[in-house]
Structure formats: C-alpha cells, structure tokens
Design a protein around this ligand. Sequence first.
Ligand SMILES: Nc1ccn([C@@H]2O[C@H](COP(=O)(O)OP(=O)(O)OP(=O)(O)O)[C@@H](O)[C@H]2O)c(=O)n1
Ligand SMILES: [Ca+2]
Length: 501
Amino acid sequence: MSSTRKILLILGFLSTLAVIALIAVAVTQNKPLPKNIKYGIVLDAGSSHTNLYVYEWPAEKENDTGVVKQVEVCKVEGPGISGYSHATEKAGPSLAQCLQQAKEVIPSTQHKETPVYLGATAGMRLLRLENESAADEVLSSVETTLRLAPFNFQGARIITGQEEGAYGWITINYLLGSFKQSGWKKLLHSLKSTSETSGALDLGGASTQITFVSKELSSESPENQLYFRLYGKDYQVYTHSFLCYGKDQALQQKLARDLQTVESSSLLDPCFHRGYQRTINISDFFKNPCTSDKKKQLPFSQLYIEGEGDYQKCRENIQKLFDKTNCPYSSCSFNGIYLPPLQGDFGAFSAFYFVMNFLNLAGEASPVPLNKVTRTIESFCARPWQEVKTMYQNIKEKYLSEYCFSGAYILSLLENGYEFTEDNWQRIHFLGKIGSSDAGWTLGYMLNLTNMIPAEEPAVPPLSHGSYVGLMVLCSLVLVSVLLFAWLLFHKPKCLQKGVV
Ligand SMILES: Nc1ccn([C@@H]2O[C@H](COP(=O)(O)OP(=O)(O)OP(=O)(O)O)[C@@H](O)[C@H]2O)c(=O)n1
Ligand SMILES: [Ca+2]
C-alpha cells in the first residue's frame, strides 16, 4: 500500500470517527432538559358566576407565544360574587371548593410560588355603583379566602371595561398565534402577509366588549384607544365595554322599558316562548343602576310575564335599546359611542358562543349565513315552551328560557348596534375554546401581570432543537458520503478495477 493511500485511509477513518462523535454530541448535548412546569391561577368573577382557571407553561419557554395553556377550569357553585351583597361574608367561602381543586391539580411543592389573581367584572362594577361599601366588603371577603390558600396571592380587584376588552383581545390573538411566528413560519407568513390579528367580541351577563385593531389613525375618542407593543410590533387597538348591555342586564333594560307602558300587572312578552310564565318582583327591580333611570311608581308589586314567541316583535322591542340618534364622532355604534369602521375577522366568545352553540349556529366548520341564522332563531322562538322544555331536559331552565331572547339580542347588537352586514357577518367566528383554553380575558390578564408578553421579540435561534439536530445529521452524512465517494473515485479498490478476474 502506497503511503498516500495509507494517509487517505487514515484521514477517511478519522473523519468518519469525527462525524460519529459530532452526531453523538449534538444528540446528547442538545437533548431537551426535563420539563420545568410553572402554574398560574386566575379567578374570573363574572356577574353570573365565578370560574377558576389553572394555567401551565414550560418555565424555560416563558416568553414564547402560545406556550401557556389552560389545564383546569372549575365552576364555582352559586351566584357571582356580586350576588352576595346581602351576605358579603359568604362571598369568599363560596370559592373554597374550586381552590381545593386547584390544590389537587398543582403539585404541592409549587403551591407557594403559584400566583393567584381574582378579577371581577361588570356585576361588581354595578354593585359598586349601587352600594360601594357592600362591594368593598365582598372584595375583602374574597381576599381573605385567597390569602388563606397556599398560593401566592397577587390581588383581587374590579377590572375596568377597557382592561376586560383588551385582555380578551390579547388572549385570543395569543392563542391563535397572531402575534409572533418564529423561524420558517415567520418567513412564510411574511410572504403571505397573514400576520393579522382578530377582533374580540365578548358578551357577558352584565356587559359586552368589542375590541379590534383599527387603521383609523386619528383617534377621535382617546378613551377607546389602546396602544400595545408586543413581540416587537406596534398595535393600535379600539375597545369599548358597554355596561348594562350583557345579556342579563339587556333583558332587565328591555323589561324596564316594557314596564313604562303596561296597563296591568301582566305582560305579554314576544321574547319568551308561548306557554312560558315568569314573575318578577318590582321592589328590587329599579335599584339596579341599569334600570334606575326608568324608575316608575306602579300600582302592583309583582309583574307576571307570559311568553308570546314572536321573533319579529321581539327584535323591534330590543332594537329600542340601541339609541342611534346622536353621534358626536364620524361614526358611532350606539348611545353616542365612537366606533371606527369594522376591520378584519372577529372571534366571538362567552354568551355569543353559548347561545349560538346551543342553536347549532356557531358554524365551527364554516360560518352560517346571516339569513339562515335569522330563520333558525325565528323558528326557535315560535316553538311552544312545553315542547322546548321536553326536548332539552338537561339544560338549566334559566338558560333555556332565555335562548330566544338571547338569539334576538345577539342579532340586534351585532346588526343594529355594531352594524355588521350580511357580508362581514361571515367574518365573525363563534368560539368557545382555542385549543384547550377557554376564550376570555383571564389568560391575557395573567400574561400581562406575569410579564410573559415581551415588548420586543426575544432573540431566539432560527432553528428548533429538532431541526438543528436533523440538519447536523444530514450534513454529516453528506460529508461522509462525499469522502467515501472521493476515496472510491481516486483509489478504486482492486476488486472494482476493470480486467481483474
Ligand atoms: N351555557 C350557558 C352558560 C351561560 N349562559 C348565560 O350567558 C350569560 C353570560 O355568561 P358569562 O359570559 O359567563 O357572563 P359573566 O362573565 O358572568 O358576566 P360579565 O362578564 O358581564 O361579568 C349569562 O347570562 C349566562 O346565564 C348561557 O346562556 N348558557
Ligand atoms: Ca365575563
């Protein structure tokens, strides 16, 4: 064997060894470390009920988008915390069972470091207007209970309508991955220019929020304008929260209007099914800040409501809740509130979803056209109460009896209030969950308070661990093949040489 051949053989052998070593190091050195999971708890103290959410995320990926997910939701028994205004000391203890559930989900070694937040929404905003000291007592009762839990208490407060709108928008766009793409996805998205955000529509029991990115640069109404810098991008967002326009309070407002013209203590209501009856107490009715301006002395203390099941009449009745007469801006939704032109897709959640989902109109696969939605709600309202009740025996009577009103109210709010049309109706997507997480303001609230959404894009390697190892292996294999090929080409072994028999 010639000396050059020997050197080549050694070189070939050494490079094969080097490649094997390289692959071994790449695979072992970059093996992901065992997952270090963090947890966070948010209580959504809504007007109709309280939900406790447990979120988890890998500690080392805290600043990435889309890594936080909901692992548990617990529905607190009984009314929302604002419902404890006559027994404020009972508000806190009502949360005990769900806190116990959170203790079981989160490993006990991590209880102390797990932040817990409580945000109260429109029910408590109303209670604060009606009876401030009762609202304070309710909040201090829930604070006492939360401080006694083994978690890291971070506060219990009434959030503003603006915050509620903004955090709902952050939640859905975080979960939909609209904020940030990394690596190849980012390149693909910038080519397709699809990195748009979705607007957020939230319908609660006592308030409703509309939030979306608006191109209208000059802000006519600064209180509706929010600026965010998220993952290195600026967002100009419009938001408004309508107190008293959640579905329960809208019904109260409608009834308060009806009460202005009733002649006796019984009322024929087109928004309830034929055969349905309900009694309301007049004494408490006008204490509510949503109805107090319609206060009227009546010669009876109870109102007997009887359903009529007439969708068209119900729509006309509800439409009166949206005052379109005065607009001090270039454009308005209703009640003189600024609304820039609607833009982009919208995610509609909470009662928007509960109601449309019940009516099979959420259109999870593809949006249901507006005329079909109208026809469906119209025929649902026309069904007699006995028939509806028999058909849906496992649905709470309170919810079931109001789906006709709610369907008509949702259409009225979207069509008359915000002026969605047949065309852009298709851009509304009714959604309950995105992945495993509920759509709502709680996730966005936690992301903000734990500083998990950076203003600037974090410096991340362009390739994921898997792609990096894959590329290493591929390059190494190519290298070995080239070397082997070169060796074979220049130093054909005897057995491959022509003429050797
Ligand atoms: N399966 C369900 C669940 C809830 N609801 C109704 O939907 C409304 C809104 O519920 P939710 O979004 O939970 O409101 P809250 O958060 O309690 O109210 P707010 O946000 O205004 O404080 C309530 O009237 C509730 O009765 C319903 O019709 N069907
Ligand atoms: Ca809510």
